[in-house]
Write a protein that binds this ligand. Structure first.
Ligand SMILES: NC(=O)c1ccc[n+]([C@@H]2O[C@H](COP(=O)([O-])OP(=O)(O)OC[C@H]3O[C@@H](n4cnc5c(N)ncnc54)[C@H](OP(=O)(O)O)[C@@H]3O)[C@@H](O)[C@H]2O)c1
Length: 486
């Protein structure tokens, strides 16, 4: 009998499992990318029979749509699903999980286990302790790995404490911290764009780049996560992980081809080079906002000052980037759902055309659109035909959907789950990365929590955030850019 490969999902009755994890695992199974003899064991407190659990998961999977799901494929896949009811805080329940795993693995040559913590962040520590105490993490005759969802900590101190808990039962090579942005094709394409092409590398530095803008705008508001969100806010929810992640991919040095770890090491080098602010300075280099109506959300504290929008200025103090501002902005209830990286180049040193009164040369803009309408735009000046020297910015465009007509962009979780099963950690967050990212945002959180001088700007739903964020860039003589054409 071949070895057993079991994915244990703690929190299997929850939203993430149903909407993301099971659909991704099903897609991987359809593409024959799961290991031989795989099983998926769900664990949570709610009562489900195996069949009821399969039905619950089917509800999530069928959202993939008709083209992606054939009921026959699902029926075959569903046989690999089973469910253990239990509370991770109760040792007997974890022992029961252990017995279920032993039954699945009985008679197999080796037994690999991937524990996926799809539970509330405050349960990560208790779950790890219980997995350890029940002996489920012992590597006898197979590997053990643990995938930890984001957020990993709510500040540096709590992240370090959680890591100590992990280290009691797993070593770093067994730990896979998720930032699902890294599983996105378009985010990985940032690396390909930079390191599989030569044309931009010579200008990818302080000599040619004026500023970099990273925007992750969400149209949705906090919805039914209001209670959780109110204790967290936009910096913990988005900046510490996704936006800083994107910044490292844009700013990093090329990783060496020979070392698997080099990619992660180079990203940490960027984080270490980011200028550290005191809480007072951090507040001056940021704008916080809250959309109108946030306070009415269920579970939001009266008069809450939790930010749902942030714009932040950072500097990477190394030779490549010294003096180039990196502007990060993200918010809820914004006008559009957009994730993109904009690299604005410096304006030409001299204008050699008579442009006419009031006309200015626009600088080149490279827009790396991560979602939606995934692609890349390069804006440059062109001569308007049949006019003496009137110039107009035009856009050179690459769109994923027209360039790769046969391949759909998979969900981020597919890549991440496959990599975790194969033991490939390069798209997961190393502990030192996570800690450095907290070191960058902790002073801002501290400044906002302590300071009365940092106004909380209200903004309208369906807007681009508070007017103060526009003024923030205008102070530097710049404006926020969007897409290939402004
Ligand atoms: N949902 C998303 O799109 C998303 C995106 C990014 C990251 N995440 C992260 O993923 C994690 C899970 O999120 P979620 O949205 O799926 O949360 P959720 O819907 O609240 O699910 C939490 C799960 O934990 C189980 N659970 C709670 N207490 C338990 C206990 N004592 N013992 C065993 N199971 C327990 C719950 O089931 P029972 O009540 O049946 O026990 C449920 O299955 C969170 O850390 C979140 O930050 C989620």
């Amino acid at each position: 009998m071949p070895g057993a490969n079991t994915i244990v999902i703690m929190g299997a009755s929850g939203d993430l499992t149903k909407r993301k994890l099971l659909p991704a695992l099903f897609q991987l199974a359809c593409k024959h990318r799961l290991p031989e003899n795989f099983r998926i064991v769900g664990f949570a407190r709610s009562e489900y029979s195996d069949d009821a659990f399969r039905e619950l998961m089917w509800d999530g999977v069928r959202e993939l749509g008709e083209l992606a799901v054939r009921r026959d494929d699902w029926s075959a896949f569903a046989k690999s699903l089973s469910y253990v009811q239990g509370d991770l805080a109760i040792p007997e329940d974890c022992a029961k999980l252990g017995e279920a795993l032993a039954a699945i693995e009985s008679g197999t040559a080796s037994a690999n286990r991937l524990f996926y913590l799809s539970i509330a962040p405050q349960l990560y520590g208790p779950a790890i302790e219980q997995i350890g105490a029940a002996g489920l993490a012992k590597q006898n005759g197979g590997w053990r790995r643990v995938v930890v969802e984001k957020p990993f900590g709510r500040d540096l101190k709590s992240a370090q404490a959680l890591n100590h808990t992990l280290q009691r039962h797993f070593d770093e090579t067994q730990v896979f911290r998720i930032d699902h942005y890294l599983g996105k094709e378009t985010v990985q394409n940032l690396l390909v764009f930079r390191f599989a092409n030569t044309i931009f590398e010579p200008v990818w530095n302080r000599n040619y780049v004026d500023n970099v803008q990273i925007t992750v705008a969400e149209q949705v508001d906090v919805g039914d996560r209001a209670g959780y969100y109110d204790g967290s806010g936009v910096v913990r929810d988005m900046v510490q992980n996704h936006l800083i992640q994107l910044l490292t991919m844009v700013a990093m040095e090329p990783p060496s081809a020979s070392s698997e770890e080099s990619l992660r090491t180079q990203k940490v080098e960027v984080l270490k080079a980011i200028r550290r602010w005191s809480p007072e300075e951090a507040v001056r280099h940021a704008v916080r906002g809250q959309y109108r109506g946030y306070l009415e959300g269920n579970g939001v504290a009266p008069g809450s000052t939790t930010a749902t929008y942030a714009a932040i200025r950072l500097f990477v103090d190394n030779w490549r980037w010294h003096g180039v501002p990196f502007y990060l902005r993200t918010g809820k209830a914004m006008a559009e759902k957009i994730s993109e990286v904009i690299v604005q180049f410096k304006a030409p040193p001299l204008v050699t055309f008579s442009l006419g009164p009031g006309a200015e040369l626009a600088s080149n803009v490279l827009a790396l659109r991560l979602q939606p309408d995934e692609g890349i735009h390069l804006r440059f000046e062109a001569k308007v035909p049949d006019e003496e020297f009137r110039l107009q910015p035009v856009d050179m465009e690459f769109h994923y959907d027209s360039a790769f007509t046969d391949q759909a962009i998979p969900e981020a979780y597919e890549r991440l789950l496959q990599d975790a099963l194969e033991g490939k950690a390069r798209l997961f967050i190393r502990n030192d990365h996570n800690e450095e990212a907290w070191r960058i945002v902790d002073p801002l959180l501290e400044g906002w929590e302590a300071s009365d001088d940092s106004p909380l700007h209200l903004y309208e739903r369906n807007s681009w955030g508070p007017a103060a964020a526009d003024a923030f860039l205008a102070e530097d003589g710049r404006q926020w850019l969007k897409g290939g054409t402004h």
